[in-house]
Design a protein around this ligand. Sequence first.
Ligand code: HEC
Length: 168
Amino acid sequence: MAALAASLLCSIQFAFAQDDAPDNIKAAYSEGGRYYTEDDIPTYNVGEDGSVDWLTYSGFRRYHSECHVCHGPEGEGSTYAPALKKSAIDMDYYDFIDVVTNGRRQVNASQNSVMPAFGTNPNVMCYLDDIYVYLKARGTGAVARGRPSKKEAKSDAIREAENLCLGD
Ligand code: HEC
C-alpha cells in the first residue's frame, strides 16, 4: 500500500527498550513517526512524558467513528461484537487486517454475527494501522480510557502517506 511504501522511505531514527512488554508489542524502532516491533509489525509507543505516538492518537479517533458502534467504546466489546483491545493482542496482525478488509460472518440458526468488509472504505483502510496500534495500547493498558491528552506531532511522512492513500 502507498502508506507502507512512503514510510519505508524514511530512515530509522530511534531504538527503544520497553523490557516488560511481550514481543508483538515492544517497539524496537521508529520510522517517520511510526513505531514497529522487531518483526516490522506496527505498534504503539508511549514516551517518558506520557505522550502517545501519533498513530495511537489518530486510532482513538478513527476507532470511535467507525468501529465502536458494534465493538463498544474503547475496544471494550459489546454483547454483539468482540472486545477488539483483546483481539489486537491475540490475533496475528495480518489476520486482523484481513478480517477488517474482507469481513467475516457467522450466520446460522443460533447466531447472526456479521463483521462488515471495509476494504473499499478509505476512512478505515487509510487508518487501519492507527486503529490497530490504538487497540493494542488499550489491550496492554498502556493507554487509559478516554482521549489521550498528550501526543507526538504528526510527521511529514504520515501526512504524505495519508494524502496518497486518500487520493488528495
Ligand atoms: C456492524 C457492526 C460492526 C462494525 C461497524 C465493526 N465490526 Fe468488527 N466485528 C463485528 C462482529 C459481529 C464480529 C464477530 C464476527 C464473527 O463472529 O466472526 C466482528 C469481528 C471483528 C474482528 C475479529 C475479532 C476476533 O477476535 O476474532 C476484528 C479484528 C474486527 N471486527 C475489527 C473491526 C474494526 C477495526 C472495525 C472498525 C473499522 C469494525 N470491526 C467495525 C461487527 C462489527
